[in-house]
Design a protein around this ligand. Structure first.
Ligand code: LMR
Length: 396
């Protein structure tokens, strides 16, 4: 049966973790996967999370099956975080939200549902995009194309190319957009760019799929939801995949959500029934622990304030590391101007390092980064920064 099965390539991001874990060099640094580490180099357990977990354990809560769409208090907390507590759409009952197995699970549920709705559609993703976007939509059966996005010459957005490519896609394409903290580039659309993009999507009847995995890591919780709220006002139907992996430091708990904006409460009921079919045939119903913790934090005024403080600390530490990295690279004698790193948002920097340079970083210095030159700034700290910047200057 398996004699002709070929060896699949390692995953470009999670495969790096496997290689990193197997590396025996004690000075190794993992700048590959998008995970926030503290100044001490540890994945934090947020205090707000620890408190909610303690209360949950003490309550000896039973672990029955959840509803297919997940915990109601969680789904509604997600909606408020994304659309705003006073959203008219929420008041009208037009948004369907289902708990998902991480942001990836939300994308997959959305992709499978869209395949039934628009079997012949093309899916368009940014060039570049998170590596798993293409793989995921292709595995749901869609042809996947790129639209122009990143401009290496300016380290900014290629606005004209982006709008032209969206215009030229077949009508009713599915367009995947990073709502904030673009992965991998860290380069986001301006408010004005978002408005221009929205107009093309409306004109071409494209279906927007906003992916928001880093809410709170850019400017703040509400500011980072700008695109979601702009689209909410547009009257268009759209999809949102969201995740608490990063913002709650709950990576392994797989806590995400899929939200679908519909035209009416009645439509929402029908859409929910179909989303539930997709979930039931994939994994039946979601897990309890992470979503309960997140719901309890978001729905408790004290824990929510604590969480927002902790999220703010993570955001600020990443910004500090961006500035420190730019300074250190210049101090180590880098010939290239790296000031763009300080302007990028979220966990990543698209450093401009080539695949060969990334390979040298790994082989010669035990520093792991994604082959595209993406580095996770959230894994830098005062103890590893010197070694990392020295190594980058060496391989340049
Ligand atoms: C990343 O981009 O590194 C993260 O989103 C983790 C992942 O699943 O790829």
């Amino acid at each position: 049966l398996f004699s002709a099965v070929e060896m699949a390539p390692r995953d470009p991001i999670l495969g790096l973790n496997e290689a990193f874990n197997a590396d025996t060099r004690s000075h190794k640094v993992n700048l590959g996967v998008g995970v926030y580490f503290t100044e001490e180099g540890r994945i934090p357990l947020l205090r707000a999370v620890a408190e909610a977990e303690k209360a949950r354990i003490e309550a000896h809560a039973p672990r029955g099956y959840l509803p297919i769409e997940g915990i109601a208090a969680y789904d509604s907390a997600v909606q408020k975080l994304l659309f705003g507590a006073d959203s008219a759409l929420l008041a009208e009952g037009r948004v369907v939200t289902t708990q998902a197995v991480g942001g990836t699970g939300a994308l997959k549920t959305g992709a499978d549902f869209l395949k039934r709705l628009l079997p012949n559609a093309v899916v368009a993703i940014s060039d570049p995009s998170w590596e798993n976007h293409r793989a995921l939509f292709e595995s749901a059966g869609f042809p996947v194309q790129n639209y122009r996005y990143y401009d290496a010459a300016t380290n900014g957005v290629n606005r004209a190319g982006l709008l032209e490519d969206l215009q030229n896609l077949p009508a009713r394409s599915v367009v995947v957009l990073h709502a904030c903290c673009h992965n991998p580039t860290g380069v986001d659309l301006s408010l004005d760019d978002w408005k221009a993009v929205l107009e093309v999507l409306r004109e071409r009847e494209h279906v927007p799929f906003l992916d928001i995995a880093y809410q709170g890591f850019g400017e703040g919780i509400d500011q980072d939801a700008f695109a979601v709220r702009l689209f909410a006002e547009s009257g268009l139907p759209f999809f949102v995949s969201s995740s608490f992996s990063k913002s709650f430091s709950l990576y392994g708990e797989r806590v995400g959500a899929l939200s679908i904006v519909t035209a009416s409460k009645e439509e929402a009921g029908r859409v929910l029934s179909q989303a539930k079919r997709v979930i039931r045939t994939n994994y039946s119903n979601p897990p309890t622990h992470g979503a309960t913790v997140v719901a309890n934090v978001l729905n408790s005024p004290e824990l929510r304030t604590l969480w927002e403080e902790e999220l703010g600390e993570m955001r600020q530490r990443i910004r500090d590391m961006r500035l420190a990295m730019v300074e250190q690279l210049a101090a180590q004698g880098a010939k290239r101007d790296f000031s763009f790193v300080a302007r990028q948002r979220g966990m990543f920097s698209y450093s401009g390092l080539t695949a060969e340079q990334v390979e040298r970083l790994k082989n010669e210095f035990a520093i792991y980064a994604v082959g595209t030159g993406r580095i996770c700034v959230a894994a830098l700290n005062r103890s590893n920064l010197d070694a990392v910047t020295k190594a980058i200057v060496q391989v340049l």
